[in-house]
Design a protein around this ligand. Sequence first.
Ligand code: 5GP
Length: 208
Amino acid sequence: MKKGILIVISGFSGAGKGTVLKELLTKHGDCYAVSISATTRDMREGEQEGVNYFYKTQETFEQMIAEDAFIEYAQYCGRYYGTPKKYVYEQIEAGKDVILEIEVQGALKVKEKFPDTPILFLTPPSAQELQRRLLGRGRESEEEIARRLKQAEVEAAYMPQYDFVVVNDVVEECAEELHELITKLHTASAARSELIQNIQRELQELNQ
Ligand code: 5GP
């Protein structure tokens, strides 16, 4: 069986990452596994341990850092977030393409560690639309929305470092675009590995 690949998706708070990923999994769930991160932030209403995150104390999280249990970790709004290695590696071995939905610092760390990993940035079509979506969720206070828009400006500075910028206008179309893109990347990665293996083997045989 061919191995899966790792894919990183980042995006502004309010870009619709969660909704697009849900749609992608509904339509093409057999191709993907979404990594569940560990965090020291508090559990929000409606969230569940082991579904949205693995909720850790700062002490446990730091213990996990010391044990080298993370592919990457970063601090965001004063809390730790990290991608545990085990599940990701198991799923890749099982042939699944594993999606990491992580913020910009973590994304760039993954790129540094595994340069072949495609990093994708999901964005609404405009800043006005981002603001409209944040207001429309009715979840955050005006102050919190202003803070997230400021944070978005900081994150936008990292957009040029991403391999792909994907616009989330219509959710279904965006999920389909993501699926097509990831499928192409998966195929290209498999073809590359096969070519390298073949050339290495042939050279060994030639030189015997
Ligand atoms: P939230 O607290 O809203 O769930 O997530 C805040 C930010 O942390 C989001 O941008 C999310 O993508 C990011 N995040 C979630 N898990 C991880 C992780 O394992 N590593 C990193 N670097 N960022 C993460």
